[in-house]
Design a protein around this ligand. Structure first.
Ligand SMILES: *Cc1c(COP(=O)(O)O)cnc(C)c1O
Length: 485
């Protein structure tokens, strides 16, 4: 299996090269040249780790079986409490709980394994340099990448987060990060400032040459890396098969999936699973009030001319969904032309045939108010507690049912633990004034719901701050140079 760039100007590369490079030299994203087919009968007997090895081996054909197995078993070990991905069955739909990893968000599903894949790739390619992962984060990616790369030989990880504008819990998770190869800095600026500084470092040839001499090379842990996308296909197959094993579906029956979407990585993985033969009918794309994808899926026009809004589902506050580029290539659009239009005019429209191919997508969005009310409704009716992102998906799924009366079994991807967004979740189900800090509220939520506090944040308040530094946004490059001196 080889990987090509969405922009089409580069030679095809092996999966190891695609993973180490992160992004193609022409600025495009790596995509598989074909989609292997699943043998679902065979999959039915596999546990999560076996299934992950089976799917990964089809895509990472330049890795040996032993290398893939080793990465899988190191990634999905006892870090995941109980099952790796439990499926919960509610009235008329199920919830695929993707948040049982170390950082309580679905980013762990891919970032637990990416470091192992990257380390093996660099060995395979004879890269002798130490790999330096630079990450700008608005909250979830930073911590998941830190946990994943912590103490992985031959790597360093540097994370920049906005010192104001992330939740207290998200911030403390990062500044208390252990490990000899981890570096975390708050910056006086927002996520975009961090992101553009990091991007400019990636493009700084003089700096790269200088660091090469010192034995370093940069890479990315963002979802532009194909090594993050492939492991996400696995849990859709796992979720479907769980329905079959529990008698909710017969093998071959179709289901719908509902995905709270930001960068379009998670929902794209479900589309790839469908292409591999997983019986998925509709893909329901749920957005918050930054509903650029809802408008795109409905109209075929992607238009950036709108105001960015900070919402109570912050991990989906995004206007440029980078993985959509992969989907545009998938439906045969002329990606370089569309990306140029986006850059120069702030919008693009896909072809009528591309629009036709998008018919298996449904899209809508939830307001903050609808999200809060949905958390309360589901909790009161079914004693099931959703985080804000999952509740966005539930709002949109309910709208889909009203619009279509399609009552096929549906599986909702749940992307974060309610404890990761304790304040907003608690506000939804309680009339009390929430005067305590977020660490206290963790215990208030536990008391109120009886839901056990997840191990990784149980003693979070007691963890020492190991990374106290907050720097100005203009000194990001300088900071990287100092670390790597
Ligand atoms: C990252 C994230 C999302 C969005 O996922 P994409 O793959 O970017 O679409 C949704 N919910 C949570 C909690 C996240 O951390």
């Amino acid at each position: 299996m080889l990987y090509k760039s969405t922009r089409g100007y580069e030679e095809k590369v092996s999966s190891a090269s695609a993973i180490v490079n992160g992004i193609a030299p022409d600025g495009g994203l790596y995509i598989p040249e074909s989609f292997p087919k699943l043998d679902l009968d065979k999959c039915l007997k596999m546990n999560y780790q076996e299934l992950a090895s089976y799917v990964l081996k089809m895509y990472l054909t330049d890795y040996s079986d032993a290398e893939v197995n080793c990465a899988v078993y190191k990634a999905y070990d006892e870090k995941f409490v109980d099952e790796v991905v439990p499926v919960k069955y509610l009235e008329g739909r199920s919830v695929l709980e993707l948040y049982h990893g170390r950082t309580l968000a679905f980013k762990d599903m891919a970032l637990s394994i990416l470091p192992h894949l990257m380390k093996k790739a660099s060995k395979k390619l004879g890269v002798e340099d130490e790999i330096v992962i630079l990450t700008a984060t608005s909250g979830d990616t930073g911590k998941a990448a830190l946990e994943g790369f912590c103490d992985v030989d031959g790597t360093k990880i540097v994370v920049f987060y906005p010192s104001e504008g992330i939740s207290e819990i998200q911030k403390h998770q990062m500044v208390s990060q252990k490990g000899d190869n981890t570096y975390v800095f708050g910056i006086k600026g927002n996520f975009d400032d961090a992101q553009s500084a990091v991007k400019s470092i990636f493009l700084d040839d003089a700096l790269k040459a200088d660091l090469k001499e010192k034995g370093y090379q940069f890479s990315s842990a963002n979802s532009i890396n194909i090594g993050r996308l492939v492991p996400q296909i696995v849990y859709y197959v796992h979720g479907y098969l769980d329905h079959v094993r529990k008698g909710m579906l017969n093998l071959g029956d179709f289901m719908n999936v509902v995905v709270p979407t930001g960068n379009f990585g998670n929902i794209l993985a479900s589309r790839y699973a469908k292409e591999m033969g997983l019986p998925i009918d509709k893909l329901i794309c749920a957005s918050n009030e930054n509903a650029v994808l809802t408008d795109f899926i409905k109209s075929g026009t992607y238009d950036l001319d709108r105001k960015f809004k900070v919402t109570n589902s912050p991990s989906m506050d995004i206007l440029i969904s980078s993985n959509l580029e992969r989907y545009l290539a998938f439906i045969g659009e002329d990606v370089p032309v569309l990306m140029n239009k986006l850059k120069n005019q702030g919008s693009y429209t896909i072809s009528p045939s591309g629009k036709e191919k998008m018919k298996d997508f449904y899209a809508s969005f939830a307001t903050e108010r609808e999200t809060v009310l949905k958390i309360k409704e589901v909790y009161e009716k079914e004693a099931y507690l959703m985080d804000t992102h999952t509740a966005v998906a539930q709002v949109v799924y309910d709208r889909y049912l009203e619009d279509t009366s399609d009552d096929k079994p549906a599986m909702i991807a749940s992307t974060a633990s309610p404890y990761k967004f304790t304040r907003d979740v608690l506000k939804s189900i309680s009339d009390d004034l929430l005067l305590d800090d977020d660490f206290e509220l963790i215990h208030v939520l536990a008391e109120k719901t009886g839901l056990e506090v997840p191990e990784p944040i149980k003693y979070l308040a007691e963890d020492l701050v190991l990374h106290p530094h907050v720097i100005s946004k203009v000194s990001i490059k300088n900071t990287v140079e100092t670390i790597l001196r």
